[in-house]
Design a protein around this ligand. Structure first.
Ligand SMILES: C[S@@+](CC[C@H](N)C(=O)[O-])C[C@H]1O[C@@H](n2cnc3c(N)ncnc32)[C@H](O)[C@@H]1O
Length: 257
């Protein structure tokens, strides 16, 4: 997907993003706890959420952590960033991961970062190696990086062609772990599972709105055909239940020897 198409996608989705991606409030709370645990976040940490979108998860992180300085909410799409609520705990920054990693856009707080979250946005970055290297370079001597991403095979109730296309486009978490290691960090990958229960008709509306960027790969007719296949496959299930698996790729700054 080109940068223009990514911007158009999120521009269109911004107003309904939180409704489509929340699933339910406990999902967001559980996710925030998982991020806090994986990064061992502390209120005194300088934190940036790169590709934060509307701040759906960043606000929960801020509520849970009560950070002593605002979490930097970084996203290149103004319509998404405009949805980050005004709060002393959140500071929006209009920039891409590449902008921040390369120093093309300076962060408002010039000090090093203790924790960087990149949740479900790395697949939009074309130079992943260079960007991860640049982000790793912004970390303090006890800095940590977390890339949250879907694996290449997902159990979401998408139609077959969407699954195939997703598998072609999605980076492999093991490759991302290798890039994090190549950026000089102590890297590992582990998996977290979040249970989802969602009304079938609500999921149809999510598919119609192309809530995942992979759905933008299909024409209106192809999407309509996919939704018809979905309706047929799940005709007996008014509520869809699935386990949403996420890869958590972490990178820790190595202690100075
Ligand atoms: C699937 S959303 C995830 C948003 C948020 N992290 C969340 O989990 O709710 C992907 C986000 O990545 C942003 N994005 C797109 N290209 C990006 C880039 N090059 N660098 C950083 N973020 C990018 C989009 O604007 C969008 O807000």
């Amino acid at each position: 997907m080109t940068t223009d198409r990514i911007s158009e996608h999120y521009d269109r989705l911004a107003a309904s993003y939180d409704e489509h991606w929340t699933y339910d409030p406990e999902y967001v709370r559980a996710f925030s706890r998982a991020i806090t645990g994986a990064l061992r976040l502390h209120p005194a940490d300088a934190i940036a959420d790169i590709g934060c979108g509307t701040g759906l998860y960043t606000r929960q992180l801020a509520e849970d952590l009560q950070p002593l300085r605002p979490i930097l909410c970084v996203d290149p799409v103004p319509a998404m960033l405009d949805r980050v609520p005004a709060s002393p705990a959140l500071r929006p920054v209009l920039a891409s991961a590449e902008d921040v990693a390369s120093g093309h856009v300076s962060l408002p707080d010039p000090g090093p970062l203790d924790a960087v979250v990149v949740k479900e946005s790395l697949h939009h970055v074309s130079d992943r190696a260079g960007t991860l290297r640049g982000l790793a370079g912004l970390l303090s001597d006890h800095g940590r990086l977390l890339v949250v991403m879907l694996p290449r095979t997902i159990p979401h109730p998408l139609f077959a062609a969407a699954h195939e296309r997703f598998e072609q486009l999605q980076p492999d978490p093991d490759d991302v772990r290798d890039l994090v290691a190549a950026a000089g960090l102590r890297a590992s990958v582990s998996y977290r599972t979040f249970h989802v229960a969602i009304d079938r008709e609500r999921y149809v509306r999510m598919l119609e709105s192309r809530y995942m960027s992979v759905l933008d790969e299909f024409s209106a007719d192809e999407l309509a055909e996919g939704i018809a296949q979905f309706r047929h496959a799940y005709r007996e299930e008014p509520v869809l239940r699935f386990d949403d698996h996420f890869a958590f790729v972490t990178g820790w700054v190595r202690p100075a020897s």
